[in-house]
Design a protein around this ligand. Sequence first.
Ligand code: M6R
Length: 618
Amino acid sequence: MCGIVAAVSGFNVVPVLIEGLRKLEYRGYDSAGLALLNPTLTRLRSVGRVAELAAQAEGQVAHHGIAHTRWATHGVPSERNAHPHVSAGLAVVHNGIIENYAELKQALMADGYVFTSDTDTEVIAHLIQQTLKSTPELFAAVRIATARLVGAYAIAVLREWDDCIVVARHGAPLLLGLGEGENGGNYAASDASALLQVTRRMIYLEDGDVAELRRDGIRIVGADGTAANVPADRPVHQSTLSANDVELGDYRHYMQKEIFEQPQALAATLEMIGGAQALTPNLFGVAGPQMLHDVPSVLILACGTSYHAGLVARYWIEQLAGIACKVEIASEYRYRVSVPNPQQLVVAISQSGETADTLASVKHAKALGMGRTLAICNVAESAIVRECALRFLTRAGPEIGVASTKAFTTQLAALFLLAVTLAKQSGRLTPEQEAGHLAALRHLPVAVQKVLALEPRIQAWAARFADKQHALFLGRGPHYPIALEGALKLKEISYIHAEGYPAGELKHGPLALVDKDMPVVSVAPNDALLEKLKSNLKEVAARGGELYVFADADSAVDEEAGVHVLRLPEHYGLLSPVLHVVPLQLLSYHAALVKGTDPSTSSGRTISYLKKFAPVGR
Ligand code: M6R
């Protein structure tokens, strides 16, 4: 994912820009660049690490600058496609995708603009330059030009001889950092971690905002064209991120750190319920009692891993609360014609709270008349939280690795609390049952810790996946979404093609693919579906497939030729999916290490970590 840092200050901003980019490295990138005003434009770009850009920038001094790490979307990773892109003394960095760039590019070329890259971003630079002919003020020109863009963007723009930087956002995250003191300056970034070095005072921009940063002040105009007052309309937040939150510490990769942080992330999330024996709907906000009363059905909207959390929650909500629950991929829901139910509870799940499709799907649901909205999210001030009437904030801490791990398990804890609350509201729980569910939740951190202790054995299994092209993941019931999640993790981190299937579906086609080169991973908890699952696994064995089974201590599954079994602690009942996802996270992490792909970024770059770094250490 791309990253943006922008700075205007009374002191030299070059070190701030470089340090900001370093802090964003974890997001993955293939090239980096910056533009400085001193007072004419200097542009530096490099393919590869931020360290190379830093070497180029050695000795540069400037009070205005914008910087970027790029993950190629339009055009290959190369210096000519690296940001910033310029148009006659004006430079732009951009995160997101401009959907109408081809038609804009054609019109700009017809007007004489010459393109030197394959990016959609260069269109923005020329479009603003063209607008400046009739609207000489940069701030006004950016507002007019961005109104013509279709798609998602966060941009930062500077122009020779100007004393400001203009930024804008629509569908991609961007925040401002307010410096303090005479030389404090003002800043912008796509991620708070880039600005902690200079300030903790942050303003989260809203969709459609355009802001001007000067050394001594800022101004913001909202989507409706009126000036947004700070702090009345755009509150200033004191970031509580700590340096530790965004440092690797003794871990080798952020993904590893975050997998091992799960017990504490779950414990922190569950602090919300303290030692309570009973839940109240206020847990989800002051409007909870009114909005969670008489819920006829639930619609869950999310993407990727958060969508898989929603799929698990469907089993819990229907089983415990007896309320019909649908789970939709946000990017599909927002564009399809659906049948709305105004009384339905809409639940948006998102780690970041900024995923454009999830945000748009909530707005779509609201536009269809569904006002009961709940965000389950890890970022308090995010757009999705602000959009929803109710909220439950997971306390996973910043998730830096691109693979979602601790966000997923804390989302599951939050969704289980929702299922229990809805069950209680529907009069389907005895006080003893409720207390039992809460006790099981509270024990989760300890139970997850025990699963993490299986790492050495999982590491040994992972070595056998590294030379494979494909893998199948099987599960049944609420562990089917866990199979999907295991497959997503393996794809994302190790670049091994993997598919998740409900095990009962195997015979309806995918079995044809199974042979000795297609490892089959199965999630086999000791639940009511275990015997059915075992019959499905026999089908795999019959085709010579190599089976890797994650069972419970008490699952009656035996190790035999071609069947490897690893046992988790005893069956954990309804919350078993929270435990069973952990070994799958570790499997993909270690498969990536053995394969030599980068588990922190999934940027597609193959780095021989085994050569570059010391053996695993925490
Ligand atoms: O921030 P969100 O939870 O809304 O992100 C949704 C997905 O992009 C995300 O879960 C993605 O699938 C994970 N990084 C996969 O590990």
